[in-house]
Design a protein around this ligand. Structure first.
Ligand code: AMP
Ligand code: ZN
Length: 116
Protein backbone atom coordinates (compact mmCIF):
# COMPACT_ATOMS: atom_id res chain seq x y z
CA UNK A 1 0.00 0.00 0.00
CA UNK A 2 2.79 2.39 -0.95
CA UNK A 3 0.41 4.96 -2.40
CA UNK A 4 -1.97 5.09 0.57
CA UNK A 5 -2.18 8.70 1.73
CA UNK A 6 -2.87 7.84 5.37
CA UNK A 7 0.04 5.35 5.45
CA UNK A 8 2.16 8.28 4.27
CA UNK A 9 0.83 10.46 7.07
CA UNK A 10 1.60 7.65 9.56
CA UNK A 11 5.16 7.45 8.19
CA UNK A 12 5.54 11.28 8.21
CA UNK A 13 6.01 11.32 4.46
CA UNK A 14 3.09 13.77 4.27
CA UNK A 15 2.53 16.51 6.84
CA UNK A 16 -0.56 16.50 9.02
CA UNK A 17 -1.47 18.39 12.17
CA UNK A 18 -1.06 15.54 14.66
CA UNK A 19 -2.91 15.85 17.96
CA UNK A 20 -2.02 12.46 19.40
CA UNK A 21 0.36 9.67 18.49
CA UNK A 22 1.63 6.44 20.00
CA UNK A 23 3.18 3.28 18.54
CA UNK A 24 -0.12 2.09 17.09
CA UNK A 25 -2.28 5.07 16.18
CA UNK A 26 -2.13 8.69 15.12
CA UNK A 27 -4.80 11.41 15.27
CA UNK A 28 -4.69 14.49 13.06
CA UNK A 29 -6.95 17.31 11.89
CA UNK A 30 -9.05 16.67 8.81
CA UNK A 31 -7.77 18.80 5.97
CA UNK A 32 -11.35 19.77 4.97
CA UNK A 33 -13.20 20.09 8.28
CA UNK A 34 -17.00 19.88 8.24
CA UNK A 35 -17.30 21.21 11.80
CA UNK A 36 -15.18 23.34 14.16
CA UNK A 37 -13.62 20.13 15.51
CA UNK A 38 -12.86 17.48 12.91
CA UNK A 39 -10.15 14.96 13.70
CA UNK A 40 -9.27 11.65 12.05
CA UNK A 41 -7.88 8.77 14.08
CA UNK A 42 -6.11 5.96 12.23
CA UNK A 43 -4.09 2.87 13.02
CA UNK A 44 -0.55 3.26 11.67
CA UNK A 45 -0.78 -0.22 10.16
CA UNK A 46 -2.71 -0.30 6.92
CA UNK A 47 -6.24 -1.70 7.24
CA UNK A 48 -8.56 -0.84 4.38
CA UNK A 49 -11.81 -0.36 6.28
CA UNK A 50 -13.99 -1.77 9.04
CA UNK A 51 -14.86 -4.49 6.53
CA UNK A 52 -11.26 -5.73 6.78
CA UNK A 53 -10.73 -5.81 10.53
CA UNK A 54 -10.26 -9.17 12.23
CA UNK A 55 -10.89 -10.24 15.81
CA UNK A 56 -7.18 -9.62 16.48
CA UNK A 57 -7.80 -5.93 15.75
CA UNK A 58 -10.40 -5.55 18.53
CA UNK A 59 -7.96 -3.93 20.98
CA UNK A 60 -6.65 -1.58 18.32
CA UNK A 61 -10.17 -0.48 17.43
CA UNK A 62 -10.94 0.05 21.10
CA UNK A 63 -7.85 2.26 21.36
CA UNK A 64 -9.10 4.40 18.49
CA UNK A 65 -12.43 4.99 20.24
CA UNK A 66 -10.78 5.58 23.61
CA UNK A 67 -8.38 8.18 22.18
CA UNK A 68 -11.26 9.83 20.32
CA UNK A 69 -13.05 10.30 23.62
CA UNK A 70 -9.90 11.72 25.24
CA UNK A 71 -9.36 14.14 22.36
CA UNK A 72 -13.01 15.19 22.51
CA UNK A 73 -12.44 16.17 26.13
CA UNK A 74 -9.12 17.91 25.39
CA UNK A 75 -10.60 19.87 22.50
CA UNK A 76 -13.56 20.98 24.61
CA UNK A 77 -16.41 19.14 22.93
CA UNK A 78 -17.15 16.58 25.65
CA UNK A 79 -19.97 18.53 27.25
CA UNK A 80 -21.69 19.57 24.03
CA UNK A 81 -21.31 16.12 22.52
CA UNK A 82 -19.83 14.95 19.27
CA UNK A 83 -20.11 12.37 16.53
CA UNK A 84 -17.84 9.37 15.89
CA UNK A 85 -18.09 8.01 12.37
CA UNK A 86 -16.62 5.18 10.33
CA UNK A 87 -17.53 5.26 6.66
CA UNK A 88 -17.26 1.85 5.02
CA UNK A 89 -17.03 1.29 1.27
CA UNK A 90 -18.75 3.17 -1.52
CA UNK A 91 -22.30 3.27 -0.15
CA UNK A 92 -20.82 4.37 3.18
CA UNK A 93 -19.13 7.28 1.42
CA UNK A 94 -15.60 6.16 2.24
CA UNK A 95 -13.08 8.00 0.08
CA UNK A 96 -9.73 7.17 1.66
CA UNK A 97 -9.11 3.38 1.68
CA UNK A 98 -7.30 3.30 5.05
CA UNK A 99 -9.59 2.84 8.04
CA UNK A 100 -10.23 6.10 9.92
CA UNK A 101 -12.50 7.23 12.70
CA UNK A 102 -13.94 10.73 12.32
CA UNK A 103 -14.32 12.77 15.51
CA UNK A 104 -16.65 15.63 14.64
CA UNK A 105 -17.89 18.24 17.09
CA UNK A 106 -18.07 21.83 18.21
CA UNK A 107 -21.48 22.44 16.63
CA UNK A 108 -24.87 20.66 16.43
CA UNK A 109 -24.60 17.76 13.96
CA UNK A 110 -28.10 16.56 13.21
CA UNK A 111 -27.83 16.23 9.45
CA UNK A 112 -26.86 13.20 7.38
CA UNK A 113 -28.95 10.38 8.84
CA UNK A 114 -32.69 10.73 8.32
CA UNK A 115 -35.55 8.25 8.10
CA UNK A 116 -35.97 6.95 4.53
P1 AMP B 1 -13.91 9.43 4.19
O1 AMP B 1 -14.91 10.01 3.25
O2 AMP B 1 -14.55 8.84 5.44
O3 AMP B 1 -12.98 8.45 3.50
O4 AMP B 1 -13.06 10.64 4.73
C1 AMP B 1 -11.79 10.95 4.28
C2 AMP B 1 -11.40 12.24 4.96
O5 AMP B 1 -9.99 12.40 4.84
C3 AMP B 1 -12.05 13.49 4.37
O6 AMP B 1 -12.80 14.17 5.38
C4 AMP B 1 -10.86 14.31 3.89
O7 AMP B 1 -11.04 15.69 4.06
C5 AMP B 1 -9.72 13.77 4.73
N1 AMP B 1 -8.38 13.89 4.17
C6 AMP B 1 -7.98 13.52 2.94
N2 AMP B 1 -6.66 13.76 2.78
C7 AMP B 1 -6.23 14.30 3.94
C8 AMP B 1 -4.96 14.78 4.41
N3 AMP B 1 -3.87 14.75 3.62
N4 AMP B 1 -4.88 15.26 5.67
C9 AMP B 1 -5.98 15.31 6.46
N5 AMP B 1 -7.19 14.88 6.08
C10 AMP B 1 -7.32 14.38 4.84
ZN1 ZN C 1 -2.78 2.93 4.40
Amino acid sequence: MEECIFCKIAKKEINAEALFEDDDIIAFRDIKPIAPIHVLLIPKRHIGSVAEISEDDALLMGKLIFQAKRLARELGTEEGGYKLLFRVGSDGGQEVPHIHLHLIGGAPLFEEIRPI
